[in-house]
Design a protein around this ligand. Structure first.
Ligand SMILES: Cc1cc2nc3c(=O)[nH]c(=O)nc-3n(C[C@H](O)[C@H](O)[C@H](O)COP(=O)(O)OP(=O)(O)OC[C@H]3O[C@@H](n4cnc5c(N)ncnc54)[C@H](O)[C@@H]3O)c2cc1C
Length: 297
């Protein structure tokens, strides 16, 4: 039977490459100084949803909440095979902690409508809490399986999943609909398809129309561009708080009871790092040092 899946994805700063200039004086990250990428485990979540679609049929809808630039990850999802994407963007969503984020995502999922499976990354590499998916499942009143690595079995009412931990695996089952958080070892995400990139080259949210018009003057007006994109299914829906059945007090900063008390950060300067030659002598010298420092032994 076909399954309708929703994939929650987040655009994140590439925290693999943090260097001194990226940290602000108050200890927060200067996001503008880092490239924005698809949260890595969200690519694994998308891949798992696409594999379910290929095996059983159905459709994959990708949803993100973020600034207007988050449309980039939605285009990337279309290039990889998503059927439909939605951007949630509104100043009223800004400053959300995980409670407000999961509330907003839950309201958007309810607007999307009936679904069988929700796929999320296990954790985002910037906020790093791993709280958003469990909180979203709880608000939707559906079961969740975290750390999902393999779908062992899927039928009309039930899913069996292998969960992966550093020390072992666990096989669990639950009823549908349900939410899974997917680990990086689950699969190898497919690359964007060249054909789909060409097909979706112009896919855009209304917030990007000005940029498109400056590049493609032949569209002349926003109205003509909008009609052209809508007719070809290239208009990326943009939902604001006004499009959702929400309690405004539960959105963004207003709906975020968590306060950041203090931020500590550690930046490893190049001077503190050591290059180990990639040969047997280098490894032997490193081991000796680690034993001497009682780090291993
Ligand atoms: C105390 C506190 C204060 C914060 N204040 C701010 C702030 O002022 N401004 C700010 O921009 N951020 C703020 N954040 C960060 C913000 O809460 C998180 O970016 C957001 O709630 C997601 O949490 P996370 O990054 O830990 O995601 P995780 O829970 O680690 O993400 C796991 C998975 O959930 C899904 N997911 C997470 N976020 C989204 C999303 N936005 N859209 C779709 N799917 C998603 C993805 O599948 C992701 O892989 C704050 C966080 C905390 C803890």
């Amino acid at each position: 039977m076909p399954y309708n899946s929703i994939v929650l994805v987040k655009q994140v700063p590439d925290t693999h490459n943090i260097h001194g200039d990226v940290m602000k004086d108050d200890g927060t990250i200067n996001r503008a100084a880092l490239p924005a990428i698809f949260n890595p485990e969200d690519l694994n979540a998308l891949e798992m949803a696409l594999q379910v679609k290929e095996r059983y049929g159905g459709a994959v809808t990708v949803l993100t909440m973020g600034p207007p630039t988050a449309a980039e990850v939605l285009r990337d999802a279309l290039y990889r095979g998503a059927d439909r994407v939605v951007l949630l963007s509104d100043r009223r969503f800004a400053g959300a902690d995980t409670l407000a984020t999961s509330y907003t995502l839950k309201c958007a999922i309810q607007k999307i409508g009936a679904f069988d499976l929700i796929f999320c990354g296990r954790q985002a590499i910037d906020g790093d809490t791993a709280q958003v998916p469990p909180q979203t499942a709880e608000k939707l009143g559906i079961p969740q399986i975290t750390y999902a690595e393999t779908i062992v079995q899927l039928d009309a009412n039930e899913i069996v999943v292998a969960r992966a931990f550093p020390l072992g695996k666990e096989i669990v089952k639950c009823t549908l609909p349900c939410l899974l958080t997917v680990v990086g070892s689950a699969n190898q995400p497919r690359p964007p398809s060249a054909r789909k990139m060409i097909e979706h080259k112009l896919a855009a949210t209304p917030l990007e129309y000005n940029t498109l018009l400056s590049q493609w003057q032949e569209f002349e007006t926003e109205e003509k561009l909008d009609a052209y994109l809508a007719a070809r299914n290239l208009k990326i829906p943009l939902w604001t708080a006004d499009d959702l059945a929400v309690d405004a007090n539960r959105l963004g900063l207003n709906g975020s009871p968590t306060q950041v008390y203090k931020v500590n950060y550690v930046v490893l300067e190049t001077a503190e790092s050591k290059q180990i030659p990639a040969n047997a002598e280098g490894v032997a010298a490193l081991m000796q040092e680690l034993v001497k420092e009682y780090i291993v032994g």
